[in-house]
Design a protein around this ligand. Sequence first.
Ligand SMILES: Nc1ncnc2c1ncn2[C@@H]1O[C@H](COP(=O)(O)OP(=O)(O)O)[C@@H](O)[C@H]1O
Ligand SMILES: [Mg+2]
Length: 305
Amino acid sequence: MTDLLTFLKEEQIDPALIDGVREFREKYPAEGSRYANRLIAPEAVYYGNAVWEKAIAAILTGRNLLLAGPKATGKNVLADNLCALFARPAWNVSFHIGMDAYGLIGMDTYDGEKVVFRPGPVYLAAKEGGFAVLDEVNMAKNESLAVLHAALDHRRVIDVPGYDRIDVSPATRFIGTMNYGYAGTRDLNEALSSRFVILSMPPISGEDLTRLLAARFPGMKERVRDQFVRLFLEIMKKAEEGEITERALDLRGLLDAIALISCGTRAGDALTMCLVNKTFDGYERSLIRDVIEARIPSDLSKADL
Ligand SMILES: Nc1ncnc2c1ncn2[C@@H]1O[C@H](COP(=O)(O)OP(=O)(O)O)[C@@H](O)[C@H]1O
Ligand SMILES: [Mg+2]
């Protein structure tokens, strides 16, 4: 696993924050936790100094953190990195319209002989000092999120009629993610947003994207890598200016395309599949195709990487 503390030192993160992380880890050692199998070994690091420092400060001061921003800005990568950095077992919960209190806290079930309580992810994270990642938290219905209010504010309890009342462990943090693009999205209600410190996730910088590509595709020629970085920055600019929607502004798509090219797919086809086809509007497609063709020869192939 990437040693995140070393990485953060190299990234020149404020040493006081790094010391804070060390102290947290000493205070709440991961060893001996029944849920050591939930410790995360991140596959990729999050790049972005300013965001790292804000996120660490929020967690050290006991805040719940909401990562809000356009898609593919590394919200989940950062959330996982934070769980790993603080060495806490992680419970990752995908929110959706059908999510209800039982899915979060747990429910009584019949085990064949008797009724037993089967705890849900939020209950377990709260009890075991875990970090709960509430993924796309804005997608759930307000009513089902109400059970989280007391857990997320100063009361730090889960107290639902019919359940045991449990205190939220002092090591527990809640990290929400929420897609929020230039054109907005489904909102998060005020009761919930007031219980989070909200970090607005910037799109990756050109410099950090260069580092990400170098780490992900170590064999790629520098010249080609720069072309992909420029391509992405240009799509980003067009999306910010409202010339195109954010559908093609998809770092995941760019990484997928490069992976396909290294597997033998021609660049033109790979970029069509992974970026152009993300939008279903004919006019927008042609705009995106133009931007791509101006940067990446469509017959660029595996050998050119
Ligand atoms: N700042 C960043 N640092 C590292 N990786 C990033 C960053 N921004 C985006 N990515 C990459 O983009 C992809 C999508 O990241 P993810 O965390 O799933 O996005 P989100 O949850 O914001 O939609 C991943 O491959 C991730 O590595
Ligand atoms: Mg995500």
